[in-house]
Design a protein around this ligand. Structure first.
Ligand SMILES: *Cc1c(COP(=O)(O)O)cnc(C)c1O
Length: 235
C-alpha cells in the first residue's frame, strides 16, 4: 500500500467515526482531497486508491494537473482566492468554485462558462470568524448575493463554504460551524439546488461534521506536508 492510499484510508475512517458519533451516515460527507502544490503523480496515486474529488488553490497549477490527469471521472474544485483575471481558466476547466464572494466574479464565471459544459457549481464563501481574512462575505450580505448568483444561468448555486479562523477548543469550533450550518439550512429553504456545506479541515473536521458539513477539505493528512519553496507563487 502506498502512503497516500494508507492516509486516505485513515482519513475516511476519521470521517466515518465523526459521522457515527453524531448519528450521520458517512455517505453524506464528501471528502475533497486538497492536492495544491502536489504533483499530478500524487493525484494519480489517490485516484488509484478510489479518490475522485480534488481541490486546487492555484488556478494555473490546477489547470495543468487537470490536463495531465485527463480523467473524466474526476471532479475538480477550485478552492483558492480568485482574481478576476483568472476567472476564465476556472470557468473553462473546473467543475466547482468554492470561493465566490462578489457579484463581479460570479458574473464573469457565468459569462465565461462554456456552453458545452454543465453549469459551474458554485459555493458562496462566508467570512465566518476570521477578521484577518479578506476572503468571503459577512453572513448579513448572503441573501442579496445568493439571489444574484441564483439568477445566473451558467452557474448552479450549490451552497456555502468557509475557512474558520484556527481554533483548538472543540466547543468554540462547534459554535462557529453551527453558525454556518444554520445559514446553510436557511439558504436551502430558498434554493432547491443548495445541498453542499464545504466546511472542515484537518483540525476542525469533527466539529464541522457534527454541525452538518457535507464536504470536508483535507490536504496534508492525505498528501503529506507541503513545500512552498519555489514554484507556487504564480496564482
Ligand atoms: C490548503 C487548504 C485546505 C487543506 O489544508 P490542510 O491543512 O493541508 O489539510 C483546505 N481548504 C482550503 C481552502 C485550503 O486552502
Amino acid at each position: 500500500m502506498t502512503s497516500i492510499e494508507h492516509n486516505l484510508q485513515q482519513v475516511r475512517e476519521r470521517i466515518a467515526t465523526a459521522a457515527a458519533s453524531c448519528g450521520r451516515s458517512p455517505a453524506e460527507i464528501t471528502l475533497l482531497a486538497v492536492s495544491k502544490t502536489k504533483p499530478a503523480s500524487a493525484v494519480a496515486e489517490a485516484v488509484i486508491a478510489g479518490q475522485r474529488c480534488f481541490g486546487e488553490n492555484y488556478v494555473q497549477e490546477g489547470v495543468d494537473k487537470i490536463g495531465q490527469l485527463k480523467n473524466s471521472s474526476l471532479v475538480w474544485h477550485f478552492i483558492g482566492p480568485l482574481q478576476s483575471n483568472k476567472s476564465r481558466l476556472v470557468a473553462e476547466h473546473f467543475d466547482w468554485c468554492h470561493t465566490v464572494d462578489r457579484l463581479k466574479i460570479a458574473t464573469r464565471l457565468n459569462e465565461q462558462r462554456p456552453t458545452c459544459l454543465a453549469p459551474l457549481n458554485v459555493l458562496i464563501q462566508i467570512n465566518i470568524s476570521d477578521e484577518h481574512s479578506k476572503s468571503g462575505i459577512i453572513l448579513e450580505a448572503l441573501p442579496e448575493l445568493a439571489k444574484e448568483v441564483a439568477q445566473l444561468p451558467r452557474l448552479t448555486l450549490r451552497g456555502l463554504m468557509a475557512i474558520p479562523a484556527p481554533e483548538t477548543d472543540y466547543q468554540r469550533q462547534l459554535a462557529v460551524c453551527q453558525q454556518m450550518a444554520s445559514a446553510f439550512s436557511e439558504l436551502k429553504k430558498h434554493y432547491p439546488s443548495v445541498d453542499t456545506l464545504s466546511l472542515g479541515m484537518s483540525d476542525d473536521m469533527t466539529a464541522a461534521i457534527a454541525a452538518g458539513s457535507t464536504m470536508v477539505r483535507i490536504g496534508t493528512a492525505i498528501f503529506g506536508a507541503r513545500d512552498y519553496g519555489t514554484t507556487h507563487n504564480n496564482n
